[in-house]
Design a protein around this ligand. Structure first.
Ligand code: PRX
Length: 660
């Protein structure tokens, strides 16, 4: 594990600014430490207090943490509530009925807004529509939607009737969608005719048709289609329903389904170290508690704030910080359909000015690509736009390099807005390690300290805590309310992956390497310790890419590894052995392009390898294991220092080392 000095080149400390600290939810490090101490003193009491203060319970809970079936922990298990009621009805009842809930900006710049009263009404209409189709509590619904108000309506409507949603990112291919529908045994799919991004239309309904035709989806009775663009779609009368027709005569009120706190709110598929994506299952009560609390703590959300999280609802960030968190605290939020570079690379900054955004949350990859583009084109530099409304800026999804942090802090935040670098995962449900804008002195490149109640630490291979300054594996020592509950349909994999016996079976293994600073205890994440890559903040399993490649009839063997990339954080380099002669020159270029397109079709365009290299073989150990460390060195263009004496054919190293 690299020492902290090698990852952190920036040692400046940025104290919380006066502007950010004023009236902050957690003001000053003493307030932070007091909460940490409260959790340490009485862990269950701490969470019980917060759960009572933050959520409205239909039936109060008496049990806080139930560890009787560990690691299948239960939180607030005998309490009952409804997530959509907590997010929407409460706002309407508490004086926010006419407050704008969502300001939606379309790809072409058209703006639509809804108030909390309207949003509740739409959710009720759609929830009634789902009930009219016979959808029952606990049944799964796959949502394959563009960024849209309807996307949030669909998610909240599922929550209202106790259906468990599984949102699939609109960039996934028909095959990936098919696998997710089949794994979840969904009874319905909600989609749109098309998705508009960067001036291009992506035919979601056609892709959904293709996915359903692949088999294994017999459980799907209805396909509900939101008309976004009016694009042409094929229609199956027996199965397809237009969203607008289905909701036309539905009542605008809908009695919520009161569910137990442990009821599965959603399943969200994410990549792991095998080829098969994992259906991460989240609860209702514990999850919503953390979505609401972190909105208050990390974003310090106040009634007048205009919040903008640029993630897609297809990823966990879009679940917690678009669909649920902002509504749970009654925020006004921006929702954006398009891309940061269309029609120009100043689109984010222009939108911040246009809508008076005060809290902005995006991915380091977006920042890095906008740094590059604004260097080339002064017209799109942040300083050309009015960013004076901003008060807190955040990042998520991948490590932010100190250079990008400083640029973001100075150019976007104007040197006055704290940068909250938030570490968390699909599995954690919400932010886990992050600065608090009114309390934590910031160090670029570090996500600083665990949030109160989160018992994160760094351990060695045997599970023993390592001293600060030494690298190790990031773990969480105690269960927390928003943690995943299981992997859908695979409880054994849940146990094995997250509570491995090698570490004693008691601590949650995050899958990231981390190191704590000797003086401050601050955490720096140094990247995944398993075969998971992070490309532009998108999580990808190397095995997934390899399975996709070997599914091609021409491919005999494939290995995929990550290589550091200036813009996307990591890039995929694939090493491929064809069933025929190793291609060279133009032929190699052409086959590499075909294979890249193949991976886009198998998984989705975001998974395309940046580079494909061909060899007559792959380097393997005597027992036949692919030497991945060696491939990683080759991908980076590093000199080979590993022992290669066991290699059958050393000439393949020259072949695989050739970058085209
Ligand atoms: O490696 C960590 C990285 O993203 C992984 C989680 O990916 P995913 O489940 O897709 O969720 C992304 C959005 C929460 C982590 O295991 N990661 C996430 N945030 C950070 C990060 N790495 C470094 N710094 C972060 N702030």
């Amino acid at each position: 594990m690299p020492a902290i000095e090698s990852v952190l080149h920036e040692r400046r400390v940025f104290p919380p600014s006066a502007a950010a600290s004023a009236n902050a939810a957690i003001f000053g490090m003493d307030a932070y430490r007091a909460l940490v101490a409260e959790a340490e003193r009485d862990y269950e009491g701490f969470w019980a207090r917060l759960a009572r203060e933050t959520l409205e319970w239909r039936k109060p809970f008496s049990s806080v943490l139930d560890a009787s079936d560990a690691p299948f922990y239960k939180w607030f298990a005998d309490g009952e509530l409804n997530v959509s009621y907590n997010c929407l009805d409460r706002q309407v009842q508490n004086g926010n009925a006419e407050k704008t809930a969502i300001i939606f900006e379309a790809d072409d710049g058209a703006v639509t807004t809804v108030t909390y009263r309207e949003l509740l009404q739409r959710v009720c209409e759609f929830a009634n529509a789902l009930r009219s189709r016979g959808v029952k509590k606990g049944e799964r619904i796959v949502i394959y939607m563009p960024m849209s108000i309807e996307g949030i309506v669909a998610m909240q409507a599922c929550a209202r009737i106790g259906a468990t949603h599984s949102v699939v990112f609109g960039g996934f291919s028909a095959k990936s969608l098919n696998e997710r529908i089949a794994d979840a045994s969904a009874v319905a799919v909600i989609t749109a005719d098309e998705q508009m991004r960067g001036g291009r239309a992506i035919p979601l309904k056609n892709i959904a048709d293709e996915a359903l035709a692949m088999g294994g989806c017999d459980t799907v009775k209805d396909v509900i289609v939101y008309r976004r663009s009016g694009g042409k779609v094929a229609w199956n009368e027996a199965r397809d329903l237009w969203w607008h027709e289905l909701t036309e005569n539905q009542p605008g009120t809908c009695e919520p389904e009161w569910v137990g706190a442990e009821h599965p709110l959603y399943i969200l598929y994410t990549s792991g170290s095998t080829g098969k994506p994992k259906g991460v299952q989240h609860s209702s009560g514990g999850y919503l508690l953390w979505a609401a609390l972190t909105m208050k703590w990390v974003f310090d959300l106040k009634p007048k704030d205009v919040f903008w999280c640029t993630a897609d609802i297809g990823w966990v960030t879009g679940h917690t910080y678009i669909a649920y968190g902002p509504t749970a605290v009654g925020a006004t939020q921006i929702m954006f359909e398009g891309t940061p570079t269309y029609p120009h690379a100043g689109r984010f900054w222009e939108m911040i000015g246009r809508h008076g955004v005060t809290v902005f949350y995006t991915a380091p990859t977006a920042i890095r690509s906008l740094i590059k583009l604004s260097a080339a084109e002064p017209r799109v530099q942040p300083k050309r736009f009015d960013l004076s409304s901003l008060r807190i800026i955040g990042t998520v999804g991948e490590p932010i390099n100190p250079e990008a942090w400083i640029w973001y802090y100075e150019n976007v935040g104007g040197g006055r807005c704290p940068v909250v670098d938030t570490w968390w995962q699909t599995e954690t449900g919400g932010q886990m390690i992050s600065p608090l804008p009114g309390a934590t002195p910031l160090v670029p490149g570090s996500c600083t300290l665990p949030l109160p109640g989160i018992m994160a630490t760094v351990v060695d291979d045997a599970g023993a805590e390592v001293p600060p300054g030494e690298g190790g594996m990031l773990v969480v020592k105690k269960p927390w309310p928003a943690m995943l509950r299981t992997i859908w349909g695979d409880p054994e994999r849940f146990k094995r992956t997250y509570f491995p016996a090698e570490l004693g079976g008691q601590v949650y293994l995050a899958g990231d390497g981390a190191v704590r600073d000797k003086d401050t205890g601050y955490f720096t994440i140094v990247g995944r310790i398993d075969d998971v890559l992070n490309v532009s903040g998108h999580r990808l399993g190397t095995m997934e890419i390899e399975s996709a490649l070997v599914a091609n009839p021409d491919v005999a063997e494939a290995a995929a590894v990550g290589r550091p990339d200036e813009t996307t954080g990591e890039a995929v380099v694939a090493f491929v052995v064809l069933k025929r002669k190793r291609p060279e020159g133009d032929e190699a270029t052409q086959i590499a392009d075909e294979l890249r397109a193949w991976v886009a079709k198998e998984i989705g365009p975001f998974a395309k390898p940046k580079e494909i290299r061909f060899g007559e073989n792959l380097p393997k150990t005597r027992s036949g294991k692919i030497m991945r460390r060696l491939l990683r060195s080759l991908a980076k263009g590093e000199a080979i220092t590993q022992d290669v004496s066991t290699l059958e054919n050393a000439a393949i190293l020259d072949q695989l080392g050739e970058s085209r």
